[in-house]
Design a protein around this ligand. Sequence first.
Ligand SMILES: [Fe+2]
Length: 279
Amino acid sequence: MASLTITPLTDHTGAEVTGIDFTEPVDGETRARLSAAFAERHVLVMRGQHFTPDQFKVAATIFGELQQHDKREHHVPGHPDVYYVSNDEIVNGKRIIPGESFHTDHSNHPRPPKATMLFAVELPSRGGDTQYVNMHAAYRDLPEATRHRIDGLKAVHVYFSKYSPRSLGHIDEESLRRVPPPGIHPLVRTHPENGRKALYLNPVRMESILGLEDTDALALIDALMQHATQKKYEYRHKWRPGDWVMWDNRSVMHQANADYDMSERRYLYRLMLKGEAPI
Ligand SMILES: [Fe+2]
């Protein structure tokens, strides 16, 4: 095996992993290095992979246990536990680009997924980047008074907030019935592996903040989102064929971009890993 190399992509977020074929078994020492890099860098970009859906699942479990997606009907044909993202879903005449505003995945769950990962199967010739913003750095830079104000607050995360800035596309009745009860999560959570505090925000799913009027809650979320999505907190991923990208939903928000030619197909396998109740 070529030697494993882990290279930071910005000074705060992202690391590129090369020199490893994840269709081969991965030894304990390598797993430990990758897990440590993930806790420290929040986004890992594993280059040059070539997965079937089954191989992707096996590789994913290096980092944890798979978590089922809410939209159970939406999966790679023949692989009920491998989800995909694509640009070919049209709802009411409008194309749905999944993830087209900053969010953290499945925060409506009482125990939201710790990580999400994508494997690039088909990419447009240009555009379609994924942006990540570092919620540890965003929290750290808040004024003392703001940190004090939000440290004890909790938000209610539902499947689809009445205040969501975008649609989530179609979910069938059966999947909707299986969606768990809302998650009630702190606005500021402590990462269980690196011990750092992070903002935990998701306008798509946040329905209210306990103890605040909705207008005040929305104004607070808006102000925090404006702060947290500044370019200085960002790693912007430009996809290459064979990229396997995994991000930590506990320490970054992410968003997709619909800035490419929609006659070209963008298709990626997607898996999530089980997480813990945010504290
Ligand atoms: Fe997402």
